[in-house]
Design a protein around this ligand. Structure first.
Ligand SMILES: [Zn+2]
Length: 124
């Protein structure tokens, strides 16, 4: 999961395309909106997905800004439960169920790894 997020962040779309189950979607470079800046990732829960498992799910929230929102405090959430399946020893993304935005606590650490509280950072 985190490796996919890192790939998003670094715009390694080739990696994302290769780890998506090929028969379900045909992704190309154009499928990704390159105007999006990923700010942070919060993993809520994960089930299975360990070394001896054949499948797993990860519930996560990815925070992002659109290019024109850069340097502002505006952000969006992608809250999703993703299913993965192990194929030939590699975890492959199967699909994702979109979920409602989560509530962010003002005194929690900000999702962007700034070491500031949410209220003093993106929530300020
Ligand atoms: Zn922040």
């Amino acid at each position: 999961m985190r490796s996919r997020f890192t790939a998003f962040k670094l715009r390694r779309h080739d990696y994302l395309i290769n780890t998506i189950q090929a028969r379900k979607v045909s992704l190309t470079e154009e499928s990704f909106d390159t105007r999006i800046n990923w700010l942070g990732l919060k993993v809520i829960t994960s089930k299975k997905g360990l070394q001896n498992d054949e499948n797993g799910t990860v519930e996560f929230v990815a925070f992002f800004q659109e290019a024109e929102e850069e340097n502002s405090k505006r952000f969006h959430q992608l809250h999703e439960e993703s299913s993965f399946k192990k194929m030939k020893g590699h975890w492959i993304y199967i699909d994702g169920k979109p979920l409602k935005d989560i509530k962010l606590e003002r005194n929690d650490q900000c999702f962007c790894n700034s070491d500031k509280k949410f209220k003093k950072c993106h929530g300020g």
